[in-house]
Design a protein around this ligand. Structure first.
Ligand code: MTE
Ligand code: MO
Length: 359
């Protein structure tokens, strides 16, 4: 039986809370990810909110606090659509766990990355209506789901800087690919913060608070931070993750495939994050001594991944293909996950790698 309307071949890390990613093949060559293949990352049980009873509170450092029903949100603000890729900070954690164990965290593969067209209103418009005060420096999101894995249990939330919050791409979305948001993806309303780690795109949104400081929610203050390798993850500290850093993966062929030798099409995606764009993707069959530049598609918006493709002449035997993306600021993915290992296993942006057997 399919879980939460997802494909049967999803890699399910946990059933409850539901955490699942699509196989590479489900992402390959598709600009948007069908909802039945879109990864799902949940820290607690999925809430079942009655859309008629649901209200969004906007408070904190604003002149006119608001309480809005879904109908009021739709009537009072202009509707916008943004195509955006979400990527979990735990994407590719398995590559870090191979360097050194990461207890208590799921070993996500390459599939905690998916793209949709999101429809809703601009957070900027709602904040303007509420009269955002000059002393507001952060905008916090809160939701009713509670993680039982944290000790003590913790409700979900997070925040983004006000500079990002007032940008036109940041939405309060009620639809995904033109259909009502599925429950598991945050119905009736979620934040969509393109270019930032998925954790800031808070689902089942019930409260938006303008603040002088970042949210003190556990998932902002303690989790989703890159700690020094020798730190105790429960102690917090470290670097708070916001904008994504440049990343890519190989989507076809799949890791472990047996393929004929000779000219072979290799495809994948690259995602820049923040305000940057993908500038180039290099692909190598000799561990990075020589590189071929892949062809990149346009991407549906500045906030989506770009798919890339190239044809490589594969020799017989065991072949490792690597890929690395460069962004518009000249940053490139680091070679090895050894450079990136951190106690919670976030932000593995090391070179993409697949191993093939070529006959
Ligand atoms: N919002 C709430 N309320 N609860 C959550 O557990 N998970 C976050 C974010 N928003 C989460 C949440 C994380 S870590 C990610 S990566 C994205 O939602 C995943 O969004 P998706 O499940 O729609 O793919
Ligand atoms: Mo995430």
């Amino acid at each position: 039986m399919s879980l939460w309307g997802k494909r049967d071949d999803m890699v399910v890390h946990e059933r409850d809370p539901f955490n699942a990613e699509p196989p590479r093949a489900a992402l390959a060559g598709r600009r948007t990810t069908p909802p039945d293949a879109f990864y799902s990352r949940n820290h607690g049980p999925v809430p079942d909110l009655d859309p008629d009873a649901w209200r969004l509170t906007v408070d904190g450092l604003v002149d006119r606090p608001l309480e809005l029903s879904l109908a009021e949100l739709r009537d009072r603000f202009a509707e916008h659509e943004v195509a955006a890729t979400l990527q979990c900070a735990g994407n590719r954690r398995a590559g870090l766990a191979a360097v050194r164990a990461i207890p208590g965290e799921d070993p996500w593969g390459p599939g905690a990355t998916s793209t949709a067209r999101w429809t809703g209103v601009r957070l900027a418009d709602v904040l303007a209506e509420a009269g955002l005060r000059a002393e507001a420096a952060h905008v916090a999101f809160a939701a009713p789901d509670v993680s039982q894995l944290a000790d003590p249990p913790q409700p979900y939330g997070g925040s983004i800087g006000v500079d990002k919050a007032v940008r036109p791409e940041v939405l309060l979305a009620w639809a995904m690919d033109g259909r009502p948001l599925p429950r598991v993806h945050g119905a009736p309303l979620r934040a969509v913060v393109p270019g930032w780690i998925g954790a800031r795109s808070v689902k089942w949104l019930t409260r938006i608070s303008a603040r002088a400081e970042p949210s003190d929610n556990y998932f902002q203050a303690t989790a989703y931070r890159v700690l020094p390798a020798d730190a105790d993850p429960a102690a917090g500290g470290g670097i708070s993750l916001g904008p994504i850093t440049v990343n890519c993966d190989i989507l076809r062929p799949d890791d472990g495939d047996r393929v004929p030798s000779g000219p072979t099409e290799v495809t994948g995606y690259a995602l820049a994050g923040g305000d940057r764009t993908v500038a180039r993707v290099d692909v190598s069959v000799d561990g990075g001594r020589s590189w071929t530049q892949a062809d990149l598609d346009d991407g549906d918006s500045p906030w989506t991944w770009r798919h890339w493709r190239t044809t490589l002449d594969l020799p017989r035997g065991d072949v490792v293909i690597t890929a690395r993306a460069w962004d518009s600021a000249g940053a490139v993915q680091p070679e090895s996950p050894v450079h990136l290992w951190n106690p919670k296993g976030y932000a593995n942006t090391s070179w993409a790698r697949i191993a093939l057997t070529c006959a």
